[in-house]
Design a protein around this ligand. Sequence first.
Ligand code: NAI
Length: 712
Amino acid sequence: MSALTVTMDDGIAVIVFDAPGESVNIISRAVKNEFIALFQQLESDASIRAAVLMSGKPDSFVAGADIEEFLEWKTAAQAESASREGHALLDRLETLRTPVVAAINGACLGGGLETSLACAWRIATDHAKTVLGVPEVQIGLFPGAGGTQRLPRTVGLRVALDMILTGKNVRARKALQTGLVHEVVHPAILREVAVQRARELAAGTRKRNARSRPGGMRTVLLDDNPVGRSVVLRKAREQALKKTRGNYPAVLAAIDAVSASFHGRDHGFREEARLFGEMAMTPQCRELIFLFFATTALKKEAIGGVAPAPVERLGILGAGFMGSGIAAVAAQAGTMVRLKDADLVRVGKGLAAVRDLLQERLTRRHITRQEFADQRLLVGGTVDYAGFGGVDLVIEAVFEDLAVKHAVVREVEAVVPEWAVVASNTSTIPIARIAEASRRPERVLGMHFFSPVHRMPLLEVIPTPVTRPEVTAGAVAFGRSLGKTVIVVNDAPGFYVNRILAPYLNEAGALLDAGAAIDAVDDAMERFGFPVGPFTLLDEVGLDIAARSGAILHEAFGERMAPSQAMRAIVGAGRSGRKGKSGFYLYDENGKKGAVDSSVYALLPNATRSPFPVEEIQQRCALALANEAARTLEEGIVRSSRDGDIGAVFGIGFPPFRGGPFRWMDAMGVAKVVEALEELSARYAPRFTPSDLLVSMARREERFYPAEGKPV
Ligand code: NAI
């Protein structure tokens, strides 16, 4: 079955791209061949005067290239030649006798946007799903089918760099303002307007690919002038280096490719292909592509082999920080929410927090005024379980105290329907303990959201041994409907994410004990690729909360999870982190982080600081985390290394370009990891003793993932 079908409309060929059996359109090799044949037809059939390219999918124009084909490239030359093939195809489209109008409804991404840039006219619909972008940096690449060349020409250097370096999507209205598209129309008239424009282009009453980006002084100075451009490019390089700390080479290569676009057409395209080939072979690209496949596979995975009933009404207990955050994301997904707290003042505060979160989305224009009003109306508050008689799911986010959790489980089970599921958002209490208060523990499980709920993408779903499979499946499906990346983990102290985080944070503390400086440790881990260093993270989380969770893990796992002396001393001195404006760093009255608070050092047993090699800091912290991750896999806390990698990247910001702790260990070689851990264990403490799994894998020369082919 072909993906492209052509119907004639009085001399205009209307091409509909509708990949059979797929929810989105992807440009695979087979589709490229169809395009080649089609171009032949457009060129040779004199009865065709112009063409329109549109999609048959309701919300996807073109999602991009087929990333599975990228796995076939074994050398830079192969990837470079794939890029050159893309160039040839789109050059052909650009110079066809018959002008082609891109009629864009739905997501137009990557190779899809590059294709439309080669068209003679671009019309987008104002449908909410219509977004345009080049997300290739997210997989360690950049647009390699002419995107770095045509985009600056179309929208100017600054907008092009912004799109290419961030990979972010642009909505139709913004696309119109920047000249990315020529027109925006209602979806109902897209085809008609596109056919009309095709006629005008054929008749010559409209100029092909007419420039439509705005002029103005800044454009003249910074986009259209070589001196201005060199300033913009230099600034972009500086910022990119600072932001990526050199860990994402594709960002710099993209700037070079864009820069080359201003030095002759052939040179520019040649450079794009060459650099694309080079980037396709980087370890960063390999790991980011792994993460792409891993998350895609995770999202599609059926859990428990049952189709869960949807959650239409949600009850939330505790309208505090987490409860209100969960309420806001649930309302965004269209779920009706009842928010309960102990008194009206707290309910009021919770509802105000929900409103603020939704308001932020309105201010950023992610939702319309109408959607804002609708979503707010979905959330109601109560102090007495009113409205809980019809809920499908309850998530409790009351104080972290077993007695309180038991009390609310008993209370809520007395009012909810028989089928309702009770989930706990606890971060430290075993779910089985909470379920002890339940009359039907088979309908109880954990749903561990991370803070802040609206920003953190991960959700841990934690069934107990008696939780029924359809209950787990329902929680996973509900989490996915909120846009979360969901991993199912077993019920043990710290679950997965907090369990692997603890030794990492402890090791940072141990480095302080040994005389390392706070900012030296943070800087080393940021260079390793974490978004913030461990001490900044501790300040954010709250030192009291981290210490409480650390104490529970210490109790559960013994000496290897012992908190550092530094951490004990600092928490003992009453420091709570950013919320109390007294942590490892100084904070101004608005909570903005400043320099290290050097008075912290006076609290430590060892008051003098000495320099530490960056690599030692990185190895100690990251290996402590990875070793614990291996233990969780061995104990069946995570179901697979894939889930463990996703959990670490999305839960705590483990560097995505390293793929996750398991991928990182594979890249180093498990035997090397064991060797390094043994060395650390001999030098410092038995806490570094390699886990049994790692030792046996090293002995058998095993890996967590296959060395070749599709990783998951
Ligand atoms: P919070 O203190 O902001 O909110 C707790 C709310 O529960 C308060 O509004 C309180 O009035 C209410 N509450 C207490 N007893 C109640 C009862 N019997 N009935 C109804 N409401 C009651 O606490 P936060 O930070 O929202 O934490 C809630 C839960 O989420 C805890 O179990 C915590 O461990 C967990 N959690 C917290 C995270 C965080 O970073 N703050 C992250 C992940 C989980």
